[in-house]
Design a protein around this ligand. Sequence first.
Ligand code: ADP
Ligand code: ASP
Ligand code: MG
Length: 409
Amino acid sequence: MALIVQKYGGTSVASVERIKHVAERVAKFKMLGHQVVVVLSAMSGETNRLIALAKEVQSEPDPRELDALISTGEQVTVALMAMALKDLGLKARSYTGAQVRILTDNAHTKARIVSIEEQNMRQDLESGRVVVVAGFQGVDEQGNITTLGRGGSDTTGVALAAALNADECQIYTDVDGVYTTDPRIVPNARRLDTITFEEMLEMASLGSKVLQIRAVEFAGKYKVKLRVLSSFQDEGEGTLITFEEEPNTMEQAIISGIAFNRDEAKITILGVPDTPGVAYQILGPVAEANIDVDMIIQNTGADNTTDFTFTVNRNEYPRTMQLLTSLQAKLGAKEIKGDKHIAKLSIVGVGMRSHVGIASTMFKTLAQENINIQMISTSEIKISVVIDEKYLELAVRILHDVFELEKPR
Ligand code: ADP
Ligand code: ASP
Ligand code: MG
């Protein structure tokens, strides 16, 4: 007998039929004698619908009220799931995040989990109930409902698995595992049987939405056995996130995957005086406004001035432009330019550590297609470039080909 946490994403619970289908899958695991905790997302499209509703009422929705609103999608699916399970003759009970008491900090819309009360869930499991928990949400010390950021049900799943010391956390979605890149963009992308935790962390942080980055972080911290699988197929082992590098596979797999992100925008400050402290003068106020900055480039100065470029989340772009425009005179900048139509593309692989020439292959390939690289950043196991959004899909496809990612390791 094992304790399994199963998280089902939005497409897996998109309709009453899908919910019944998931209930049957859960029933199979119960029949095998396992204890099962089910974590659910809202029906697909529901969170977007609720956010759009909020914006119709208030252009910048109040964060506390927004969380109260967007957490409702998950409350619907867990209640329906508990009913579907009971209809199959199983014992089940649904919980919202607050009912479990998934305690978070008070950072509305991007709250972090602080602790989880597990006694009630354990009692339920011991008395044979399936525990069905609403993903994506928690409650702060003051009793306010919070949410964990888009894709946050993954994090609920892994955090519950850690708190309950589960034998495995299974993330069920609409693809049957983690692929070399998004299979919607590259049809011959290949499913990976395993991916190292480090690589998965990079892939998630660089835009692969198949797992939320915080879920991967949690899995690493508490060594949760984490697997990504399809809820649309009955067979298949999915992709296991591993914590050790396998020396023999590492030899061949220089690049494991390609991640991309269309959620960023680029801002350039032209002709600022090239003096000590200029980066701080620009980025200090940005940080104070609680705007996260991703890539940063400062050019070599000429004529005592320099250009400074950085990227922020596209949602924060208008606010960042406004802020910098208001600072332009103080900074002594000649011009402030922005571009929303950029994309960040990254190649990821632990094998990069032991291989040279990967960057030059990547840059040569993009050059041959006449794709201009606007920014570059690297770490030991990834190379990221910012390019014009309109060339993104082309770039992903040709790099997938050039690095032969479709071929088994
Ligand atoms: P869910 O609603 O189940 O949480 P998501 O839409 O959040 O599902 O994540 C699954 C999607 O992630 C897939 O449909 C796929 O388009 C996308 N995706 C992006 N990169 C990858 C990748 N490397 N491997 C698998 N899927 C990926
Ligand atoms: N429903 C939330 C979202 O759409 C959480 C999730 O699906 O993981 O972001
Ligand atoms: Mg998701």
